[in-house]
Write a protein that binds this ligand. Sequence first.
Ligand code: NI
Length: 396
Amino acid sequence: MEIQKIAEAILPEMIDTRRYLHMHPEVSFHEKKTYQYILERLSHYPEVTVREGVGGGGLLATIGRAPHPHIAIRADFDGLAIQDQKDVPYKSTVDGVMHACGHDGHTSTLLALLETVNANKDKLKGSISFLFQFAEEVQPGGARAMIADGVLKDIDKIYGQHYWSQYRTGLIKTKPGPIIASPDYFEIKIKGKGGHAARPEDAADPIVIAAELITNLQTIVSRQVAPMDNAVVTIGMVEAGNAFNVIPDTAKLTGTVRTFKQDVKENIRDIFEKEANLTAEKRGASAEIYYQFGYPAVINHEAEAGVIRQAAADLGVEYEEAKPLMIGEDFSYYINERPGSFFFTGSGNHDKLSDFVHHHPKFDLDEEAMLNGLSMFMKILEIEQVIEWKQPSLNN
Ligand code: NI
């Protein structure tokens, strides 16, 4: 049976699984029921070895005939603290929590892949590991803990994907090299001196200092980062004051920096500290900075990005070279340790209302996209020569 026919046959089950998970979302680091659900599903396969509690809250399922090649596929399973505003029968049953990023689809696809591999275990040539990862959305994330717990020990290569509502269903996108940015978080608290609005000479106005600092920070990208190094500085929150005629004591700026290179990232952090301290100091105030480095950037390995492109071509699925996205993804940790690559599976379909941006309260997945998600993994495993899906022909 061709790969796509196998995927079509299992699509109804994938949809059921995805809808079950969609109705029962849990936030990062608290995915107890989701974990139990996956564990229960894994118990149906006597020949699959299951390691429980990996890194705290993850699961590792492995099936194989030979130790190598050993390819891993990873899916995350956490939801978000967002109120589901969709009007669908499978909407979240948990108040204030929903799968608004498609991780329910990732997990459903990986379970279907496991079922498919298990049903074809006579065709295995090496080993396949299925990584069910908790807590992708919240720092420090689940990937690092799972790696520290030895999840990659016997693994040669690793692949992962994200359903992506901003690419239309039918499209596969990736690229060699940097594909997802490193998202850093910062808070700057300016401690000035409050006073009466009519007597600024007695105060150190943190609002004016904040305004100056905002402008200074915005020139980092244009003036202090090389033109070919991508970076974003966004201040998403400005908090100060609560009366029109009072100069407040403090002002707070909160935001994010997105980069692709470690040296650029560290350089921007240093400039932030210098700018904040100098700007505050010269106006008689002080600055307190909290700067948290996010996940490293996802840098695809060239050969494995090529495998993904090849898989799409072999399947006759439309492929486009991706542009790097300034989001974040802790899949980076895995491919900092092993060869591998990450790709996007388009799931945007306006007619199905599945083109809301990720983390939107009306986010939904075009479930048909799971056909491509599953087929791609099956084809990648074939190209990596760990399994041969085709039945040997009886005629030759
Ligand atoms: Ni996500």
